[in-house]
Design a protein around this ligand. Sequence first.
Ligand code: DOR
Length: 436
Amino acid sequence: MEKTFLIYGGTVVTPRETIPANILIAGEKIQAILSPEDKPHADETFDATGLTILPGIIDAQVHFRDPGLTYKEDLETGSRAAAAGGVTSFLEMPNTKPATTTAQALADKKKRASEVSYVNYGFFIGATKDNLDVINSVPNVAGIKIFMGSSTGDLLVDTPEALEEIFKNGKRLIAVHAEDEAILKANKEKFRQATLHNHYAIRSPEAALTSTKLAVKLSQKYNRRLHILHLSSKEEVEFLSQNKPWQVTVEATPQHLLLSAPEIYDQKGTLAQMNPPIRTRDHRDALWQALEEGIIDMIATDHAPHTLEEKARPYGEAPSGMPGVETLLPVMLTEVAKGNATLDQIAMWLAERPAIVYSIENRGFLREGYFADLVIVDMNEKRTVKREQIYSRCGWSIWEGQELTGWPVLTMVNGGIVYHRGNFTLGSGKELTFRE
Ligand code: DOR
């Protein structure tokens, strides 16, 4: 007999409605979503009175730096931070050291994750100019990641010919970092004595738009599944509002949706530096509107930890990127508290759509027969983000000093509790299965 677990007394965000309900779990799966009066006997119970239960969050863009850069983060610390943040699955990027561009590097990552990950995991295979066979043959990946413009690490595919070859051959989803390398380079030349405040002019909307347009064009030409990562500009929104065929999906980060220039650079210096950059308010507002209209399908963090020491270097030497996996849900629940979003939207943008976009089997929804990946949150808990309380190895957050409303109390992965009020348990995370 499988072990049973009953979560009762809470409010449940189901795919159809947010309702008072009990959840009966048997083994790894949700057996039934029951009416509040229906309380069958179970081996274990959790009283969720006053709390809200959401599907486990899927952060579909993280950099956990393992192997090779583990002084910033590793699969254990990154996945622990994820668990604390209600993130039950992550998709990890290939710009590690070595980069995940070979079957062996991918197998090594999967093995390591199977040993140390608190939550479910999936990986991208990185495209180079000459690993076409690899990207199309390695088993069970979230997709093929292409850096069309250079960022952290040395992964780059920037010639139209090489890009065309990748789009032409194969069927797998292609996820792009869309910034045009030639424009980035030319802009860097123009701003020889650049300061941080030039960051978003160097990495211009034009660079982002040119690259996004090319990716969409190739996707259309070859009918190829394309996912555009971290959309950053109103120009791209405008373009996609007219040119978003069925096979194209789009993502934004909380940073791009909620922070804006120049204030964030004044306040946070190079901590706020990421690629593509945080831009002015008009871009931020256009992104939020695009999210509401469905031009942007989903939210992911681009969790990109660097140490405070590295970030303290002057502009030009400081690396781009900021962490975010553990604050994703509290940051977005704060938008619910402010009346800017609904719980349904949070479930949709952070769990349901990522599962659909990446064809992740039997996850992303609180639904009978699906894996019991869920997060129980206290929608009323207010907490100010403090450096000492950050779980990510990098030890800082762009949200420090902000009071956030709505925090995870308990995180469950495959029916096992991995996080409960500051305590962690290893052993429940599994490799995600991607339908091809
Ligand atoms: O700011 C960024 N940091 N953008 C990326 O594309 C990569 C990331 C990282 O890995 O540090």
